[in-house]
Design a binder for this molecule. Sequence first.
Ligand code: ZN
Length: 315
Amino acid sequence: MARNRIQFGKGLSLSQFQERFGTEERCRQAVIDWRWPKGFVCPACGCCDHAIVGKRRLYLCHGCRRQTSVTAGTVFENSLLSLTKWFQAMWLITQSKNSISTLELSRQIGVKWDSAWRLRQKLAAVMAEVETKRTFKGRIEMDDAVLGGEKSEAEGGKRGRGGANKVPFVVAVETSEEGRPRRVLLHLVERHNGACIEAMAHEHFTAGTHVVSDGLGCFRAVTRAGCSHTPIVSALEPEQPEKIPALQWVNTMLGNLKTAIAGTHKAIRRPYVGRYFAEFQFRFNGRHDLPGLFTRLLAAAAGAEPRTYADIRLA
Ligand SMILES: [Zn+2]
């Protein structure tokens, strides 16, 4: 099957990447392989009989005479950037552990900041599309968090209720039977209350999931979505919730997330937090197979709807 041509072995080093996708022709072929693994199929009429015409090498359908470009109908449509640049960006975004700033991305692939920003937002929207469908099961550690401010009352914050510039969200980490972190969910909520937690559980947790959290009352709402719930009320809590062993991974995850944001992005404008989270989540959940992560982003991008600037601009 043609798709196997872009499956990789163990690693995708910079030199391996360059070898496979270093030219416009190779990137074009990779998109063709993903879109039409068994050969061209006209998106308008389903006919396979075609010719390749003109300087832009468009596919001319012999059934309905419609012309289709390789990138039409994918997220690469409506872009002045070459596929080579798109591929470089996808490689940089998926292979970096702590993400990459848009400024750094623009320097690395040699485009203006605005172009890098658009490309990045389009790819992040694609990753969000993938991650929003993700469901979790088994044992889950869960905690409430706020971006742009601390939640502890000692620091003047009101727990569970963010201020004007604060973005409340929930972190959930699915752990394996051996107690290792498997996958993460970073879920934005309007506020930390029962209704939001219940909606989140309905959307992402398989019935029968077991949720472990600290003593915050709203987490009980997961039981209304068919999950079981163990609140850990410890003598340490709420002064040092990070010291509760049962919540070790969710706290580690929060720490890593905050480090990544502080180190790479400094600050994220509120409307874009969801996309940033999706990117973080996509990377973390695919971390065991880095080359595969690149391939999955490529596949998602080649299969995603085109987006215009108006589509990706949120504020
Ligand atoms: Zn056709």
